[in-house]
Write a protein that binds this ligand. Structure first.
Ligand SMILES: [Zn+2]
Length: 313
């Protein structure tokens, strides 16, 4: 990959290689993802080292609004006063008023961890936000990003296709794959994760990627097909496990333990024994993933029951 896309480690909670932002060089420098608000310093330092000062950053683009990706938008908007902020139209209201997003994050992670990981989230200035939808092209001067709507992980998730490199910024659509560990773990959090929608989005990404995938957790992956195949197999495997467990138990801890058993086997398969998975657990714990898949099945079964009742037969 050439040097027109430069990763910046946003050092979530001071840890290396957990959350990545990317600088897209050009006559209108753009940042893809911000990391959490607690990463404001790391991102500012990273940009300064690359020669991007407060007046230089022209755009901030986020794949979705979860706080590990976009929690820093408000802070960075203050530090880079010319930057325009690009986000899917369903995510935009939550950048302007983060209260509901912050509350939902606290429900998912627990109050204490949510505070420690994500800090205080500042609202973004509404007049600098631009909403995008599928097919939109974000012009960044000499290059551009095409918006590919890729829901599943979240209903407002987008991937971004870089005109210059052909690489695709995939956010969390594929899952979490840290480059020093090389284990692929699905990211299936509540409240919106949807299996079939996520699989369709991965197929869209596969179709459009002309070079590498840029993961937010973490780094670039050149093996597009292999990674997309594995992501789909894992999501389906995790979902099937949770779906069948739900027929005999409603207990979140029990189902999380079941997922952990599968995840441990997959870790062994990808990276061998003795692998340190702590940073994975920060981003995407079995408990959070189990909760997301339980919610998915309940919603799906409810919908199917309604359809069965409503349809004349
Ligand atoms: Zn994430």
């Amino acid at each position: 990959m050439d040097h027109s896309v430069v990763p910046i480690d946003t050092k979530m909670v001071g840890r290396d290689m957990v959350t990545s932002a990317y600088l897209l060089r050009g006559d209108e420098p753009a940042l893809v993802e911000t990391g959490p608000s607690t990463s404001g310093g790391a991102v500012t330092d990273g940009l300064a080292k690359l020669g991007i000062g407060p007046a230089d950053l022209a755009h901030v683009v986020v794949t979705h609004i979860h706080l590990d990706h976009a929690g820093g938008v408000g802070i960075l908007a203050g530090r880079y006063p010319s930057a325009i902020i690009w986000v899917h139209e369903r995510g935009a209201p939550h950048l302007i008023d983060p209260a509901r997003l912050v509350a939902s994050t606290a429900r998912t992670y627990g109050e204490e961890i949510a505070r420690r990981y994500f800090g205080d989230v500042e609202p973004a200035p509404p007049d600098r936000i631009r909403s995008v939808e599928d097919g939109d092209v974000i012009a960044l001067g000499t290059r551009s990003l095409e918006v590919l709507y890729t829901p599943g992980h979240a209903s407002h998730h987008v991937a971004l296709i870089d005109s210059e490199t052909g690489g695709v910024f995939v956010g969390d659509a594929i899952g979490v794959h840290l480059p020093d560990v090389k284990v692929l773990r699905p990211a299936t959090p509540p409240p919106e994760f949807d299996v079939e929608v996520a699989v369709a989005s991965i197929e869209r990404i596969r179709e459009r990627a002309r070079s590498v995938l840029f993961l937010s957790h973490y780094g670039e992956v050149p093996e597009v097909d292999a990674m997309c195949d594995l992501a789909i197999v894992r999501i389906r495997g995790w979902a099937d496990d949770v779906g069948s467990a739900l027929r005999s138990s409603e207990d979140l801890d029990e189902i999380a333990r079941l997922l952990e058993k599968r995840g441990t086997a997959e870790t062994l398969e990808d990276a061998g024994s003795g692998t340190d998975m702590e940073r994975y657990d920060m981003l995407s714990s079995y408990r959070v993933n189990a909760a997301g898949l339980i919610r998915y099945w309940r919603k799906r079964w409810e919908r199917e029951a309604q359809e069965a009742n409503g349809s004349p037969s």
